[in-house]
Design a protein around this ligand. Structure first.
Ligand SMILES: [Zn+2]
Length: 315
């Protein structure tokens, strides 16, 4: 068998393939098959376990199910059949909560999250980037940010889940809202501000920053509590929005041309480069190819800044 800390070390070492490697190390076969009504399960017979995953579910969902079943094995608690749907956070027994918590750590170890969550406030652009790096859903990335709030510079964090616009469930290590009405009001504002961040000053001068996370049946709100000076900083998404308003205005032709070149360059030429180096190399590569009406904007330092942010977002 394996201890919890050995399992966590294995997942950190093999990030982002932690759960898959952990299954190999425990000699647990993973079967993928199409079925309805459930996300997957784990069968155990004596010392041998076998995990079955629903191949029709999104890859990130399958990985969560795998991590959840492995967590039960490592913790020595009873495996269960995971029902279909978003119920990943809506556990109501201690054993299920513990399995979800350990699964989240397998998928996105603390050291990795600290490496990626570097700009505050965290917005949807940052969450998507972290999610892509870890091969998890944005909701899982948000959960880990909330869980590790103190380690990355937030005062606190929470996730609130809604089903068909009705409040369903709330998850946070410690953050409490004064009432359900207060949550619903923040939710409404976050939805209107989406994809940008909604900020709300609190009496103690801290600031609630809320992001709307769109989804299928379930949608979510990611809430961060931040010191005022940190909350006031523009997020990655806000910086991009402001730079794009200046760079493109209503010149769609320029926007499309630059997006096309960016896509080509980032896929074929920028591999392994830092965002800073990639931005400079991009300008060098396309030097003198810009029509005269766009040349002055491209030469402006704000264009370089936009490119840096785009390459950083792309990761
Ligand atoms: Zn379970």
């Amino acid at each position: 068998m394996i201890t919890k800390s050995q399992a966590l070390a294995c997942c950190t070492q093999h990030f982002p393939d932690g759960p898959e490697e952990l299954a190999k190390r425990l000699d647990i076969p993973i079967i993928r098959a199409a079925f309805k009504g459930s996300e997957g399960w784990c069968l155990r017979y004596r010392e041998q376990a076998k995990i079955t995953l629903n191949s029709t579910s999104p890859n990130t969902r399958q990985r969560f199910t795998l991590a959840h079943e492995l967590a039960h094995i490592v913790l020595g608690t009873k495996n269960d059949v995971l029902p279909a749907g978003a119920g990943a956070f809506c556990a109501d027994t201690i054993e299920e909560k513990q399995a979800n918590s350990l699964a989240a750590k397998f998928l996105l170890p603390k050291a990795e999250l600290q490496r990626f969550a570097t700009s505050l406030p965290v917005d949807i652009v940052d969450l998507e980037k972290i999610a892509k790096k870890a091969n998890v859903s944005s909701l899982m990335a948000a959960r880990r940010v909330a869980e590790l709030a103190h380690d990355i510079g937030l005062i606190n964090g929470a996730i609130v889940l809604f089903q068909k616009n009705q409040y369903r469930w709330q998850w946070s290590p410690t953050l409490e809202f004064p009432s359900k009405d207060a949550v619903l009001q923040i939710w409404q504002q976050a939805k209107e501000a989406s994809p940008q961040l909604y900020r709300e000053k609190q009496d103690d001068r801290s600031v609630i920053c809320a992001s709307y996370l769109p989804g299928g049946d379930f949608t979510a709100m990611f809430v961060q509590l931040l010191p005022q000076n940190v909350a006031a900083k523009p997020t990655t998404g806000e910086q991009l929005r402001d730079l794009e308003a200046w760079l493109f205005g209503d010149d769609l032709k320029f926007q499309r041309s630059l997006a096309g070149r960016f896509g080509y360059f980032s896929d074929r030429k920028a591999c392994g480069m830092s965002p800073e180096d990639a931005a400079e190399a991009f300008l060098e590569h396309y030097h003198k190819t810009w029509p005269s009406q766009w040349a002055s904007k491209i030469a402006d330092p704000r264009a370089l800044e936009w490119l840096r942010l785009k390459f950083r977002k792309k990761g």
